[in-house]
Design a protein around this ligand. Structure first.
Ligand SMILES: Nc1nc2c(ncn2[C@@H]2O[C@H](COP(=O)(O)OP(=O)(O)OP(=O)(O)O)[C@@H](O)[C@H]2O)c(=O)[nH]1
Ligand SMILES: [Mg+2]
Length: 223
């Protein structure tokens, strides 16, 4: 076998192993009726800021846990603590994504008993997390207005896998000369299946719709 073929065969077997672990996670999450949401986006597009506000809004309403993946630090977990949700940090030691085995360990550490919603903040990256099913029900991708309208076209693999897309930092739209109509057209072209929401973690715009979406989805999973 050539070196190239060996590398491809190895990648395929790693992905197959991940898929088996993801299937097991999905069964366990279904058994416990916990809704699992995997949040993906490029670095800095506002995942943690969105989740800070989300946890504040859900506090006392929906029993929530969070698994935060980061290459090297636990600063996002620290930002999310003290908002009524249990938070577990996974440091991937340089890996560009979370995988299903990490989520299995993370959810054991968190404890799923009594949980209605498990939110996963993936490592900031628009490529690697696309190929790694974690066993989630909903994959939500952020597209911040400072990244440019073309990102769905340039990173279609990720956008095609989303159930929901959040256009984030909309308070900065005019400063960034963001063409919202064009961005929505691009999103619709690549990811027509995705429910699109517009949010600002700064002004709070769109937070009600986003939080209601999570709350309603968690309720549906329960029944
Ligand atoms: N104006 C504005 N700034 C925001 C908003 N959301 C996030 N930011 C800022 O954008 C920067 C990055 O936000 P984070 O929430 O850390 O982004 P992230 O996606 O979690 O980043 P990584 O975890 O490193 O991938 C911070 O300086 C935030 O304050 C928003 O809605 N409006
Ligand atoms: Mg973050």
């Amino acid at each position: 076998m050539s070196e190239g073929r060996k590398v491809i065969a190895m990648q395929e077997s790693v992905l197959a192993e991940n898929q088996r672990a993801a299937d097991l996670n999905r069964e366990e999450f279904a058994r416990r009726s916990v809704l699992v949401v995997n949040v993906v986006s490029s670095p800095g597009s506002g995942k943690t800021a969105l989740l800070e506000r989300t946890l504040e809004a859900l506090n006392g309403q929906v029993s929530t846990g969070v698994i935060v993946g980061d290459l090297a630090t636990d600063s996002d977990a620290k930002r999310l603590e003290g908002k009524g949700a249990k938070v577990v940090q996974i440091t991937t030691d340089g890996y560009c994504h979370l995988d299903a085995a990490m989520i299995e360990r993370g959810s054991q550490e968190l404890g799923l008993t009594g949980l209605e919603l498990l939110i996963i903040e993936n490592v900031g990256n628009l490529v690697c997390p696309a190929a790694h099913d974690l066993g989630e029900d909903i994959r939500v991708g952020l597209l911040s207005v400072t990244e440019g309208e073309d990102k769905p076209l340039k990173y279609p693999v990720m956008f095609k896998t989303l159930q929901a897309a959040v256009v984030s930092k909309v308070d900065l739209a005019s400063a960034a000369e963001f063409d919202l109509e064009l961005a929505l057209r691009n999103l619709h072209e690549v990811a027509p299946q995705a429910r699109v929401m517009l949010t600002s973690a700064k002004s709070g715009e769109g937070m009600e719709e986003w939080v209601a979406y999570l709350r309603d989805s968690a309720r549906r999973k329960k029944h």
